[in-house]
Design a protein around this ligand. Structure first.
Ligand code: GBH
Length: 451
């Protein structure tokens, strides 16, 4: 099995952090337990037809009750870190006011369990599960949501932050901004085109900027960052219309967030192109957004080949899928994308430190073999190939200090339900028992070589 040799010869820098990632709504279940409030994913998944297999996160991996099984998996792989998110509506049911004591107690147990196992918690404050009450008052179209997020961040960090060294404000504002508000494929299911995507993104970035100083004052020693999903974009051809479309796409996917966070401005070409579709951007907003950060988290799964097309006018682009290897979600496997994204962001924006906060692949639904284990060599290969490029970037001087595999175990994959597993561990659909797949064992071997 030559992959094992490649895995064994991976040389990551000293102190490099290897971990696995999850998100609250995708794993916890217990959506009505002990004072938890309703979130937009609870309500969205009840709409007929929006989730391909008609499922929801109602039970998911039942991590609300089985969190110690999750820790056992991390231990079995010898991982040094676990990236998870707090359910906002579990912590603070209506998105404002006092915290829910049972929610705080749940994350307390999880964090204490991780620390006992020698695993560092990397905690994300928002991974897409807005309290429904805030949605009813405008959600990410409203500045009030930015204010509420900053209040929530401070309270949450004050409640559990004494044991957490790494905080992330938002996971992927591009994805929840655009897939939730421009295309309508994710909660809250609004298909408002470019106007929706930009408004949600601005208020999300503002929420991030308002929250950072509040987090710092509540947890002075902790590192604070944001997680962006970056895609290195190449034009489908040399034709000027394809080159221009690729630049427009890259402007909203990468530069809109990076320019705001690192330079305190939005990209001029997008501001001009979308002049009639912009939300209210007040004087000082982009300065608020551009807080100094300790790290940038990068989620990356694929490259983007983009040509001119009909999507989201006036961005007017189309995704092109060149011949090649593809995952079960239809994403091209192009391991070099991770190196290109790291190089790009290091060169153009120079964050102090970079973490790959998600990378992984989906397969069709998997069934354990006669030995009870899922054999997923293609996922193991995906991880190793991407890690080889991360190692190269580090050797070339890019300050990339960690890598989190998406995801610890098979879970609720948003609009795809349970049809496209991404896990390092299989979760039995009836008993919810977890078991490491072959890929989890390979990843564990890499982690042990690295520590
Ligand atoms: C991440 O998003 C999420 O953070 C995580 O919760 C999720 O489970 C994981 O990835 C796997 O999906 O135009 O073909 O790219 C990934 C970013 C951006 C991927 C939007 C899907 C739309 C389809 N997503 N993208 S495509």
């Amino acid at each position: 099995f030559p992959l094992e040799e490649r895995a064994a010869s991976l040389r990551l820098p000293e102190g490099f952090v290897l971990g696995a990632a999850t998100a609250a709504y995708q794993i916890e279940g217990a959506i009505h337990a002990e004072g938890k409030g309703e979130s937009i994913w609870d309500s969205f998944t009840r709409r007929p037809g929006v989730i391909v297999d008609g499922t929801s996160g109602e039970t998911a991996c039942d991590s609300y009750h089985r969190w110690s099984d999750d820790i056992a998996l991390l231990r079995e792989m010898g991982l040094g870190a676990y990236r998870f998110s707090l359910g906002w509506a579990r912590m603070q049911p209506g998105g404002q006011g006092a915290l829910n004591a049972a929610g705080v107690a749940y994350y307390d147990r999880l964090i204490d369990g991780l620390l006992e196992a020698g695993i560092a918690p990397y905690v994300t404050l928002y991974h897409w599960d807005l309290p429904q009450e805030l949605q009813e008052r405008g959600g990410w179209y409203s500045r009030e949501t930015s204010e509420r997020f900053a209040d929530y961040a401070e309270l949450a960090v004050a409640a559990i932050g004494d044991r957490v060294g790494h905080w992330t404000t938002l996971n992927e504002p591009w994805t929840f901004g655009w897939f939730g508000h421009a295309y309508g494929e994710d909660a809250p299911g609004l298909a408002d085109g470019v106007k929706g995507g930009l408004a949600a993104s601005h208020h999300a970035l503002l929420a991030h900027g308002m929250a950072v100083p509040r987090i710092r004052s509540a947890a002075p020693g902790a590192e604070v960052g944001i997680v962006l999903d970056l895609n290195v974009v190449s034009p489908a051809s040399d034709a000027p219309e394809d080159v221009a479309a690729a630049k427009r796409f890259e402007g909203v996917q990468n530069r809109w967030y990076l320019d705001a966070v690192f330079r305190g401005e939005y990209p001029a070409d997008i501001l001009e192109l979308c002049a009639d579709l912009l939300p209210e951007i007040r004087q000082g907003d982009t300065t608020t957004i551009a807080q100094a950060l300790d790290y940038l988290g990068v989620n990356i799964y694929r490259r983007s080949v983009i040509g001119a097309g009909a999507e989201l006018p006036p961005l007017s682009f189309a995704r092109v899928n060149p011949p090649g290897r593809y995952t079960a979600t239809g994403w091209e496997i192009w391991p070099r994308c991770i190196r290109d994204a790291l190089d790009f962001v290091h060169r153009e924006y120079g964050p102090k430190k970079l973490l790959i906060t998600e990378n992984g692949m989906a397969t069709p639904p998997e069934v354990p073999g006669s030995d009870g284990q899922v054999h997923d060599p293609e996922r193991a290969r995906y991880l190793v190939e991407h890690l080889e490029h991360v190692a190269e970037a580090a050797r070339a001087g890019v300050p990339v200090k960690g890598y989190f595999a998406w995801t610890l175990m098979d879970n609720f994959e948003w609009a795809s339900g349970y049809t496209v597993p991404f896990g390092l561990a299989h979760v039995d659909p009836d008993t919810r028992d977890r078991r490491l797949k072959l890929s989890g064992e390979v990843f564990g071997r890499i982690a042990r070589n690295t520590r």
